[in-house]
Every structure is written in structure tokens, then in C-alpha cells.
Design a protein around this ligand. Sequence first.
Ligand code: PEP
Length: 247
Amino acid sequence: MTAPIPLIAGNWKMNGLAAALSEAKVVAAGAGESRARVALCPPATLIERMSAALAGSPVLVGGQDCHAEASGAFTGDISAEMLADAGARLVIVGHSERRAGHGEDDAAVAAKARAALRGGLEPIVCVGETLEERKAGKALTVVTGQVKGSLPPEMAGSAFAVAYEPVWAIGSGLTPSIAEIEEVHRAIRETLVAMFGDHGAAQPILYGGSVKPANAAEILAAAEVGGALVGGASLKAADFLGIVGAV
Ligand code: PEP
């Protein structure tokens, strides 16, 4: 079985005005040599402009969240179809900031992942334990439970990625040890294979949480790590390209 093609995705979160498109253009200019697929997920306001600015480049544009429905009376929300219409090719669902800040449980994340597929987007489904859960020895149970609950059966025939993002590692400068990352990634892989067979073996499992140019090579070389979901270090093209270049 060939290994999944690595994916390095940048999550700009609620950062970026039009001027930040210049950073995206620098990423596009520098990402061409990479064997990884490279994506940037800006705020929804920039998706259309970033897609236009990066047209013809290898860098994909993604959303950070989508509603489960295609349209309707959901003030302030955005659907997968709208993201695709604006030029997005991927969408992050189930980020811990959505799970914690917007009360999204596994069922809600699964509905969003299903919506992403319906809208023609590749979902990046985020999972990860809190520090309390890790300290209580529950990391594997929590993460594999999230994988089972957040990935709907429809994923069986479609490209997707799972991002393992320990909540305590996001934006904190802390990272798990390589052994801890490998332990969780192997457990996610086993779960994906149990759920989807060979298809589950062919989808990348990303690591996310304080990935920087300085630690990227070691993390990306770890067993079953098929790329990275990058927050803070994706805002500066030089840092993000340092991570892309570590694949
Ligand atoms: C994230 O929020 O997905 C993330 C990984 O953030 P950071 O890289 O800043 O820890």
C-alpha cells in the first residue's frame, strides 16, 4: 500500500485582511517544489480573493468550518456549497476551538463532514484530547472515540484527512513527544482501517499543535504522520514554507 500524499494545511483562524494575501502569494511561489499538497485556510472573507490570487498555483484554498445544511435561515453561518462556490477545495471541521467555543460534539462534526462531501470539499476532521484527559490516561480512548463519532460512513469513497491536534498543544508552544504522537497516530490509523478498510489506510493523518520550522522535520518524519495542520506559523509565509520544506 502506498503512503498517503502528505498535506500541509495552514489555518489562519480569525486573522487576515486583504493585505495578508501577499503572504499567500509568497507561499504559492515557494510551494511548487514540495512533494506535499499545500493548503491555506483563510477567514471566509478572503476565500474568493485568495482563490483568485492563487489561481494556477499548486496551493489549495480551504475553509475553516461549514454548516451542515446547504442553505437556509442560519444567520452568520456558511455552507460547504458556498465555500466551494468561492473557490475552496477543502474545509476544516471539528477544530477544538469550534468544539469548545461553539459546543460542537462528534455528531455535529460528522454532519459537517457529510456536508463537506456533499458540497464537493475534502474535509479535514480535527480530533484531540485535553490536558486533563491526557493526564488521566484517556488520550487514546478520547481520540479514537472522536474519530469513530466524527467521520460519517459517507467518507468511505472520498478523500479526507484527519488532524490529530492535542488541545493543550494548540498555540501553547508545547508539543507531545514523538513517541506520544506516534502512539496516537497509530491508534487513529487502526481506527480508520477498521472503519473504512484500505481506503482508511490511504488518507493522511496530520499532526497539529505548535508546529514550527524548528520542530517540523522531526514531527513530519514520525510514523503515521502524513502532514501538519498549522495555526500561528502559517501566518508568515517564511515560517509556513519552512514547514512545507521539511516534508
Ligand atoms: C491549530 O489551531 O490548528 C493549530 C495547530 O494552531 P498552532 O499551530 O498555532 O498551535
